[in-house]
Ligand binder design. Structure first.
Ligand code: ADP
Length: 254
C-alpha cells in the first residue's frame, strides 16, 4: 500500500498535482483489491466442485455399489462438471468484456425475434417445472451485439426458471418507446430482498445460502449489467408480482 505518500496541502499547482496523484493511487489500490477478491472468489468456486468430483470419483472407483448409489454419484459428478464448465464460460465472457476498450460495432437487431428464439430454446426448462410463461413482445429493432444480447436474455430467463418454484409464472414484456426499448422479466418466485437488489449485479454475489444450493456461479447478472451498460442501457431489480423478482432493462434505440 502507498500509505507513505507525503501529505501536501497547498492550494497551488503542486497541491492540485498532489490531489490528482492521490486519487490515482486510491483508484489503483481499489483495482488491486478488486482483482485480489476476484481471484480469491474464482479459486474458491473452482475448489468446491473439483473436490466433489474427486471425492465421488474415488467412491465410484472403490466400492461395490448398488446401482442406485452409482447413478446418484455419477449424476453429482456430471452436475459438478457442468458447474465448472459454466464457470469457465462465464469467466471467459467477463474477461473479454473487461478487455473491451472501444465501443464494438453494433448491428441493427430485431429484439423481439431474438427474444422469441431464446424463449423457444428454454421452453423445455419451463415445461419441466410446470412454469407457465407469457410474453407480450412489441416489434423493436435496436443497435446491438447479437451474441452479447443473447447472453442477457439467456441469463435472465435461466434465472427465472431456476428461482421460480414448480407451477409458477413468468412474464416477459418488450415495450417499444420512442427512443428506447424496455424489457421486463418477472416471476412469482421468492424474490430478492431489498438490500440485495443492487448487489445481485456484483460479481459472485449470491443472495442466501439456501438459494446457493440451486447451483450457479453468481456471475450471470454481472454479465447482464456489463453488457447492458456497454449498450448504453440500464438494468434494475425490483419486487415483482406476489413478492417475486422483476428485472427491468432499458436499452437506447434511436
Ligand atoms: P447465479 O444465479 O448463478 O447465482 P446470478 O448472477 O445470475 O448468479 O444471480 C445472482 C443472485 O441473484 C442469485 O444467486 C440469486 O440469489 C439472485 N437472483 C437472480 N435472479 C433471481 C430471481 N429471478 N429470483 C430470485 N432471486 C434471483
Amino acid at each position: 500500500r502507498f500509505t507513505a505518500l507525503p501529505d501536501i496541502r497547498r492550494n497551488d499547482e503542486i497541491g492540485q498535482l498532489s490531489d490528482s496523484f492521490r486519487r490515482m493511487v486510491r483508484k489503483l489500490e481499489e483495482n488491486d483489491r478488486a482483482r485480489k477478491a476476484f481471484i480469491s472468489d474464482v479459486s474458491h468456486d473452482l475448489q468446491s466442485p473439483l473436490l466433489n468430483i474427486k471425492g465421488y470419483a474415488e467412491l465410484l472407483g472403490k466400492a461395490e455399489l448398488p446401482d442406485g448409489q452409482r447413478k446418484e454419484y455419477s449424476a453429482i459428478i456430471r452436475d459438478e462438471a457442468l458447474r465448472l464448465s459454466d464457470l469457465a464460460r462465464q469467466l471467459l465472457l467477463l474477461t473479454s468484456l473487461d478487455q473491451i476498450t472501444d465501443l464494438p460495432e453494433f448491428e441493427p437487431m430485431n429484439l423481439s425475434v431474438q427474444l422469441r428464439e431464446v424463449i423457444r430454446k428454454y421452453r423445455w426448462a419451463f415445461e419441466s417445472k410446470g412454469i407457465s410463461i407469457s410474453m407480450e413482445l412489441d416489434d423493436a429493432s435496436c443497435p446491438g451485439d447479437r451474441e452479447l444480447l443473447e447472453k442477457v436474455w439467456e441469463n435472465l430467463l435461466s434465472n427465472a426458471v431456476k428461482y421460480t418454484p414448480d407451477g409458477g409464472e413468468v412474464a416477459v414484456r418488450l415495450e417499444a418507446a420512442p427512443e428506447s426499448v424496455i424489457l421486463i422479466v418477472e416471476d412469482n418466485g421468492p424474490g430478492i430482498a431489498p438490500d440485495d437488489r443492487e448487489r445481485v449485479f456484483d460479481r459472485f454475489f449470491r443472495a442466501d445460502e439456501a438459494r446457493s444450493r440451486e447451483g450457479g456461479t453468481g456471475l450471470g447478472l454481472s454479465i447482464v449489467k456489463e453488457v447492458v451498460t456497454l449498450h448504453g442501457g440500464t438494468v434494475r431489480a425490483e419486487e415483482g408480482p406476489n413478492g417475486g423478482a422483476r428485472f427491468t432493462l432499458t436499452l437506447p434505440c434511436s
